[in-house]
Design a protein around this ligand. Structure first.
Ligand SMILES: Cc1ncc(COP(=O)(O)O)c(C=O)c1O
Length: 459
């Protein structure tokens, strides 16, 4: 029998106090931060849903392993444990440790990419796209059509459109396609999962056309849960064996360990091909560190080795996915327009539907982000025209494809009562929805403006 209460499968041994503030105080903090929650101090935040990356709570076993770490420059015991854990998951012979996911991306895509080359993905994450474009290559996104229908219940909206992949292979020729990248789960596509069926089809197409198939495995454990839940063939399989099977389909794997390896810093690149591994190892040594530590200390590698085991614990994964779904469903029940089905690590809200009276030029998502902070101390992030908007030659905003707000949930950090509090804050915000105002940008940098842009409230 399953109880309604989400059972957190851990006891809390060490606590970090959350400084409590009032809505009036937060109004002042927000003004001082120019209505951009990235510019807030974390002590001014009650519930931090800015990101699930590097924000996990580590277990007592991870901390214990860190105390036993070996910090030797070469051939450390901690490297052996890290390498074994990563090989066990990916089944690939060449493992390159990196300080985080984008370093693995820079090494791999920097080696493969150049002008005239193409990379194809369900959706390139922004650092993935940036590394590819920096190499001179072109990044093309081909998510399936269902990914754009926010009300459809289709369980694998993270899938890549294989019919379009076939067309692109005929259009560009396989020798000009450096890699096909499957991001599981698809972060930039609403955190939606990818099915094993889709991964098998992509793998077969890549093999038939001699194209490198890369898995971006940041959230592969969460993805495995959805495969177990929705692909009947996997009902009696362990989450780990599902993840391992998905890795077995790929030629290379990049992972930011800051997500499903349950650590605050770390990443890796794993490869099957020796020649490519040798080329990447050169870059690793030049930019990250020696082959047996990359960008990591011994204690980081220990924490990853333990985290990669803990993340596949059925009790943990059930709690994780249930609590994200719980938040999404509770918000939907209030009438908040959330992307459906709820993904693994975050709940996404359509801010232009939430605030239909605020035009996109006045950033409805940023308005919701600010209101959530002021009302309840909840920090979230706008994923819309503040993040991706561009200007035409007349200085008119070209809006982003979607106006979303993301509530990304750190792993093992918040309890069900924290989540209930968030739902209550939303219920309050709903009451004064019509009074919400838009914002205008008063300062913006040339690149990645959402991090440091400044805003003013419109009257
Ligand atoms: C799908 C995906 N790929 C790559 C990265 C980059 O990882 P990192 O932040 O560790 O550099 C992220 C980070 O959020 C991600 O979500």
């Amino acid at each position: 029998m399953e109880f309604n209460t989400i059972f957190e499968p851990f006891r809390i041994k060490s606590v970090e106090p959350i400084p409590i503030s009032t809505a009036e105080e937060r109004g002042e903090y927000l003004k001082d931060a120019f209505y951009n929650p990235f510019l807030l101090k974390s002590d001014q935040v009650l519930i931090d849903f800015l990101t699930d990356s590097g924000t996990s709570a580590m277990s007592s076993n991870q901390w214990a392993a860190m105390m036993n770490a070996d910090e030797s420059y070469a051939g450390a015991r901690s490297w052996d444990r890290f390498e074994k854990a990563v090989k066990n998951l990916t089944g690939m012979p060449y493992i390159l440790p990196t300080h985080q996911g984008r370093a693995a991306e820079r090494i791999l895509y920097g080696s493969l990419g150049s002008k005239g080359k193409y990379f194809i993905s369900n959706t390139h994450f922004d650092t993935t796209r940036a590394n590819i474009e920096f190499s001179g290559a072109t990044a093309l996104d081909i998510p399936i059509a269902e990914s754009k229908d926010f009300d459809s219940e289709y369980p694998f909206k993270g899938n890549l459109d294989t019919a379009k992949l076939k067309d692109l292979i005929s259009l560009y020729d396989s020798e000009n396609i450096s890699a096909v990248i499957l991001t599981v789960t698809n972060n930039s596509g609403g955190g939606q999962p990818v099915s094993m069926k889709n991964a098998r089809e992509v793998s077969a197409l890549c093999k038939a056309n001699n194209i490198l198939f890369v898995l971006d495995a940041c959230r592969i454990a969460e993805n495995s849960y959805f495969i177990w839940q929705n692909e009947p063939e996997f009902k009696n399989r362990s989450f780990f064996s599902i993840a391992r099977e998905m890795c077995s389909l790929a030629d290379a794997c990049v992972m930011s360990a800051k997500k499903d390896a349950l650590v605050n810093m770390g990443g890796f690149l794993s490869l099957r091909d020796k020649e490519l591994a040798d080329a990447c190892t050169q870059l690793l040594i030049i930019t990250e560190g020696y082959t047996t530590y990359g960008g990591l200390s011994g204690r980081d590698m220990e924490a990853v080795a333990v985290g990669l085991d803990e993340v596949f614990d059925p009790a943990y994964l059930t709690y994780r996915i249930r609590s994200t779904t719980y938040l999404g469903k509770a918000l939907r029940a209030l009438g908040v327009p959330v992307i459906y089905p709820i993904g693994g690590h975050a709940v996404y809200i359509e801010s232009n539907k939430f605030y239909p009276h605020i035009p996109v030029e006045q950033y409805p998502g940023q308005s919701l982000v600010c209101n959530l902070y002021q009302m309840g101390g909840i920090r979230s992030v706008e994923v819309g025209s503040v993040m991706f908007g561009k200007y035409d030659q007349h200085g008119k905003l070209i809006p982003a494809a979607m106006e979303l707000v993301r509530l990304a949930i750190p792993r093992r950090v918040y309890t069900q009562s924290h989540i209930d509090y968030v739902v209550e804050v939303f219920a309050e915000i709903m009451k004064t929805k019509k009074l919400a105002r838009g914002l205008k940008i008063t300062y913006e940098p040339a690149f990645l403006r959402h991090f440091t842009a400044r805003f003013e409230e419109l009257t």
